[in-house]
Design a protein around this ligand. Structure first.
Ligand SMILES: Cc1cc2nc3c(=O)[nH]c(=O)nc-3n(C[C@H](O)[C@H](O)[C@H](O)COP(=O)(O)OP(=O)(O)OC[C@H]3O[C@@H](n4cnc5c(N)ncnc54)[C@H](O)[C@@H]3O)c2cc1C
Length: 465
């Protein structure tokens, strides 16, 4: 039993599992059906809300399953255990000329977690989600079955597990395609833009020629400067001069304690935004930088989530379809500005139309906005419910990997496929998130239902729904 108590990155909600069980060897795993409560795999806890938490149940710590298994240099196919982190992969494979096909904004994420949330990155418009690059994985079900899942074998479980919140079983290892690169450097443009309309123009202009696009946006600026920010676009640097150039060393910073809750307020955020926006004096700056600051600017500050204080925070990421995306995004920004909520960590991006194999994957074509909100209790919760309503009306959705509070009605409308998905949930698996957004029972109720049921097949979730 490990002492590590699972937490999510937003530090809200704080819940206790009944026990944490570390998994060390693929051939020496506990019999999952022996546990008396439900189980849920846990990676590095980089989900913001409760999708990685299992209050009162068993948390299966998969981070010790951290071995590389094979690499096919011809095809760039890497097979590794599910607890291998994206940081491990970069460290080993960037020097050999390979990069991740898709990466989220932190590299401290496990391969299992990247699949279970079907994560996206700055290249969504070119490469889709992480799941688009997965060729197969092995899934352990609680009845002891070990299933190879791929587009041609157990395809239903393959699709349900990609973006399946860890509920379909434990991924033991996965195989996916890496991407060849000529250097560990990125050729980057930073473009200062004045408004949401200008953002849309630059994005439309950049999507064809740039593999990576994303913008930082000042969420508190209103009027004609609403949505202003810095647009970043980049490609892997190809020139031989950078092929063997050593990566600059950076000293990791650390937030050593929880900031007091008053330190982040609309005044400090406004001041930060003003300085950050004007720090770039020219409209257009070109530079070549190593991949770390480009993809993972926040990873250099350990425990940065502590700046939101002990009460934690909410990250809110939504996507709204292109049809009315501009108007809806303006309305969302209006409300954030009026409420004087929001933080300086605000990301705006366009998703492309590459369809993920995942049944419940979050991305869809449209405009996506991600930002943090300090937890001010009911006031913040009510405010986020209002944003949900706007997103709902627009036909968009909110990202479950970052959620700790959306209502069952919202989740079920955003993801109408959830009912189809329930048939693939392993009867022994559950999470705090799933019990919050669906009529799922608590771990103990679920266990009682299971013990009263003769075979696990007949106890498929839905659980009396
Ligand atoms: C700073 C920061 C930036 C981020 N940027 C992005 C971004 O740009 N795009 C994006 O999509 N996400 C982003 N995220 C969210 C993050 O990428 C996902 O939440 C990711 O799934 C976390 O992986 P993890 O290993 O920490 O897993 P956890 O958070 O511990 O768990 C996530 C899910 O994976 C399941 N799981 C874990 N291991 C296994 C396994 N072996 N088998 C089956 N299921 C498993 C868990 O049950 C849970 O449902 C960001 C998070 C942070 C903190």
């Amino acid at each position: 039993m490990s002492s590590k108590s699972p937490q999510s990155w937003g530090r809200y909600p704080t819940v206790e599992p009944e026990q944490v069980v570390p998994l060390f060897w693929r051939n020496e795993l506990p019999n999952l059906s022996d546990f008396t409560t439900s189980v849920l795999p846990y990676g590095y806890g980089r989900s913001y809300g409760d999708s990685c938490l299992n209050e009162g149940g068993v948390s299966l710590d998969a981070t010790y399953l951290r071995r590389f298994i094979s690499f096919d240099e011809e095809q760039g196919l890497l097979r590794c255990e599910a607890g291998v982190s994206l940081a491990d992969i970069l460290e080993e494979f960037v020097p050999r000329g390979w990069f991740l096909p898709v990466t989220p904004g932190t590299k401290f994420v496990s391969v299992g977690g990247a699949i279970a949330n079907d994560v996206h990155g700055k290249n969504h418009h070119k490469a889709g989600t992480f799941g688009c690059h997965v060729t197969q994985f092995e899934l352990l079900r609680s009845n002891g079955e070990r299933l190879i899942c791929s587009p041609t074998e157990n395809n239903d479980l393959f699709r349900a597990t990609i973006g399946g919140f860890g509920l379909t079983g434990l991924i033991l290892w996965a195989e996916f395609r890496l991407k060849p690169i000529r250097s560990p450097y990125i050729s980057v443009d930073h473009i200062r833009y004045d408004s949401l309309a200008e953002f849309m123009d630059i994005a439309a202009d950049s999507d064809k020629d740039f593999e990576y696009t994303v913008a930082w946006c000042d969420c508190l600026k209103g009027g004609k400067y609403q949505g202003r920010g810095i647009f970043m676009r980049g490609n892997h640097e190809d020139s031989p001069a950078y092929a063997h150039k050593p990566l600059p060393k950076s000293l990791p910073l650390m937030v050593p304690f929880d900031f007091p809750s008053f330190s982040l307020n609309s005044l400090t955020v406004r001041a930060f935004n003003e300085v950050y926006y004007h720090m770039q004096r020219q409209k257009h700056v070109h530079k070549i930088e190593s991949y770390n600051p480009f993809f993972y600017p926040l990873d250099s500050v350990h425990n940065w989530n502590r700046i939101y204080g002990k009460r934690g925070f909410f990250q809110y990421q939504c996507v709204v379809p292109f049809d009315n995306g501009y108007e809806v995004m303006k309305e969302i920004l209006d409300r954030i500005g009026r409420a004087k909520e929001g933080s300086f960590l605000v990301v705006l991006k366009e998703f492309g139309n590459i369809v993920s194999p995942g049944l419940l994957s979050f991305p869809r074509p449209g405009l996506t906005l991600a930002l943090d909100f300090s937890n001010h209790g009911p006031k913040t919760l009510r405010f986020l419910d209002d944003l949900d309503a706007l997103v709902l009306q627009s036909g968009g959705r909110v990202y479950p990997a970052k959620d700790a509070r959306m209502s069952p009605e919202s989740f079920q409308t955003y993801f109408p496929e959830w009912e189809e998905f329930t048939q693939y949930i392993d009867p022994k698996f559950s999470s705090s998130f799933w019990r919050r957004v669906t009529p799922e029972e608590t771990p103990t109720q679920k266990f009682k239902a299971l013990s009263a049921t003769p075979t696990i097949q007949t106890a498929l979730p839905g659980n009396g729904r």
